[in-house]
Design a protein around this ligand. Structure first.
Ligand SMILES: Nc1nc2c(ncn2[C@@H]2O[C@H](COP(=O)(O)OP(=O)(O)OP(=O)(O)O)[C@@H](O)[C@H]2O)c(=O)[nH]1
Ligand SMILES: [Mg+2]
Length: 220
């Protein structure tokens, strides 16, 4: 099959490009609590969402190879604003979002999550991909499904990423991954592949970078 020969070099190329991009300087830009305070510079954005404590800030730190650029915490619900990080002087912006579902699973995006996030997800033209993080031990929950419903209807392209894979044995992990991929088949805006990561063990980070590099402004 010709496809078998074309896919491999592409994957290698993406990994090499991604390594270069994520090795470039990354700056914390600002914390935003009002939609009007978002930058108006046209830089492409990738946001990180998921339940409180799922590991969003940790994954963002792992991606940019910094220990504590995005603040992590044992206290769920720590990240309250949209925190913006700028890679390579505007090649890409990473957005760390507040977690959802700490008190109870939201029935809809409207009542479960705050207005800022809703406006951001529905209206932000610069948002090209949302990484939806799911704890590998929990799998897809009611809150995650409510968020996916919102993303599908707003046509926000999203990538599901399993986190904390170091907490599961490989057979169990494979079962959760396969189940999650199956659940995404009916979802219009979901990327079909589920990525498996551990920020603690640095697993799946290269693959996640490679999945995002194509969205960034090409290097000059
Ligand atoms: N074992 C393990 N623990 C992790 C991993 N990633 C994050 N954690 C832990 O999970 C907890 C929450 O991590 P955060 O990155 O702060 O999670 P968050 O999703 O940003 O949390 P909020 O901003 O409060 O919603 C911390 O105690 C982390 O050390 C991982 O890959 N493996
Ligand atoms: Mg956080």
């Amino acid at each position: 099959m010709p496809g078998e020969f074309t896919s491999e070099p592409d994957a290698d190329e993406a990994i090499a490009e991604a390594r270069k991009l994520f090795a470039k300087p990354c700056l914390f830009e600002k914390s935003v609590v009002r939609i009007d305070d978002l930058p108006d510079d046209g830089v492409v954005e990738v946001a990180f969402a998921g339940r409180s404590n799922v590991g969003k800030s940790s994954l963002l730190n792992a991606l940019i190879g910094r220990r504590d650029m995005a603040r992590t915490s044992n206290t769920p619900g720590r990240t309250q604003a949209l925190n913006l990080f700028n890679i390579a002087d505007g090649a890409l912006r990473l957005v760390d979002m507040p977690g959802y579902g700490y008190a109870k699973a939201p029935k809809t995006l409207v009542d479960g999550w705050n207005r800022l996030i809703q406006d951001y997800l529905r209206g932000r033209v610069e948002l090209r991909r949302l990484c939806l993080l799911i704890d590998a031990r929990r799998g897809v929950g009611a809150g995650d499904r409510a968020v996916m419903d919102g993303l599908d209807s707003a046509a926000v392209s999203y990538q599901v990423v399993l986190t904390k894979s170091d907490k599961l044995k490989s057979a169990e992990l494979e079962r959760v991954r396969a189940e999650t991929e199956e659940a995404l088949k009916k979802r219009a805006a979901a990327r079909p592949e589920v990525l498996v990561t551990s920020s603690q063990k640095s697993r799946g980070i290269v693959e996640l970078r490679a999945a995002l590099v194509g969205l960034a402004r090409p290097a000059p």
